[in-house]
Design a protein around this ligand. Structure first.
Ligand SMILES: NC(=O)c1ccc[n+]([C@@H]2O[C@H](COP(=O)([O-])OP(=O)(O)OC[C@H]3O[C@@H](n4cnc5c(N)ncnc54)[C@H](O)[C@@H]3O)[C@@H](O)[C@H]2O)c1
Length: 250
């Protein structure tokens, strides 16, 4: 076991499942101290068994996110890394999508990371130790997919948010980056396969859309997050790290 994240105090939203659960596991393996929030209370046991702290928080609830961030900064004695990963799938063509559904997707997947980062930044600036903010964007920020009517704009919006925060907080040594996974083998993908009329055909479509011909594994995405959280990426800011099997190449 290496200790690439020893001394790092980390907050992770949506860390109860899939990619961000893999991030929590890898970060702890690398020596980090980690606090997780998730909407799903059932993820508590698994997260705590990894050695992370856990709270139930809905990232669409601004006051709840702010309260959680402040509590955890106090509990951890500061914060060095924030991973904003909470999200959910919403697949509907524009004519079938309500404005309320659009607003909620934005509140979770675009405003959520903004509110989370915003709550952590004053303490990071004041501590003067620099730090790393990481947003879970998607290959969908760069490649349209049918029905991702609100999802894709939210993920594209994160690319803009990351770039602006990178500019505004570089002077404090705070780096801000996005990770852009391709189709990754998580419960989110499994739910979409389960709901499809022909799951095998949908899986083939996703696999064939990548150059490598397969889904990614959560741990492969977590590797990118470890890199961006660690000092090894000290010269990386404002970037979108594609971990998508080559999905966006063609
Ligand atoms: N799986 C993929 O193919 C893929 C591809 C690109 C990007 N992503 C992004 O990666 C992130 C993780 O996705 P995943 O595939 O691991 O999904 P997942 O469903 O396995 O995990 C998402 C987690 O977010 C939590 N969550 C959802 N809404 C929340 C809310 N309002 N407040 C707090 N927590 C909430 C869920 O409870 C769940 O634990 C998401 O942002 C997703 O959009 C996933």
């Amino acid at each position: 076991m290496s200790e690439r994240l020893a001394t790092k105090r980390v907050l992770v939203t949506g860390g109860g499942s899939g990619i961000c659960l893999a991030i929590v596991r890898r970060f702890i393996d690398e020596g980090a101290t980690v606090s997780v929030c998730d909407l799903n209370p059932e993820s508590r046991t698994q997260v705590e068994s990894l050695g992370a702290r856990f709270d139930v928080v809905d990232v669409a609830d601004v006051a709840a996110v702010e309260g959680w961030v402040q509590r955890e900064i106090t509990a951890l004695g500061g914060v060095d890394v924030v991973v904003a990963g909470a999200g959910y799938e919403l697949v509907a063509k524009a004519g079938d999508l309500t404005v309320e559904q659009w607003d909620h997707q934005m509140a979770v997947m675009l405003r959520g990371p903004f509110v989370t980062f915003r709550a952590a930044l004053p303490a990071m600036v004041e501590a003067g130790r620099g730090g790393s903010l990481i947003a879970l964007s998607s290959q969908v920020a760069f490649a349209g997919i049918t029905g991702y009517t609100a999802y894709a704009p939210a993920k594209r919006g994160l690319i803009g948010l990351v770039r602006v925060l990178a500019i505004d907080y570089a002077q404090y040594g705070i780096r801000v980056n996005a990770v852009c996974p391709g189709p990754t083998d998580t419960p989110m993908i499994q739910r979409q396969l389960d709901a499809a009329p022909d799951p095998a055909a949908l899986l083939r479509t996703w696999q064939d859309a990548t150059l490598l011909g397969r889904l990614g594994q959560p741990d492969e995405i977590a590797s990118g997050a470890v890199y961006l959280a660690s000092d090894e990426s000290g010269y990386v800011t404002g970037s979108a790290l594609m971990i998508d099997g080559g999905y966006t190449v063609r």
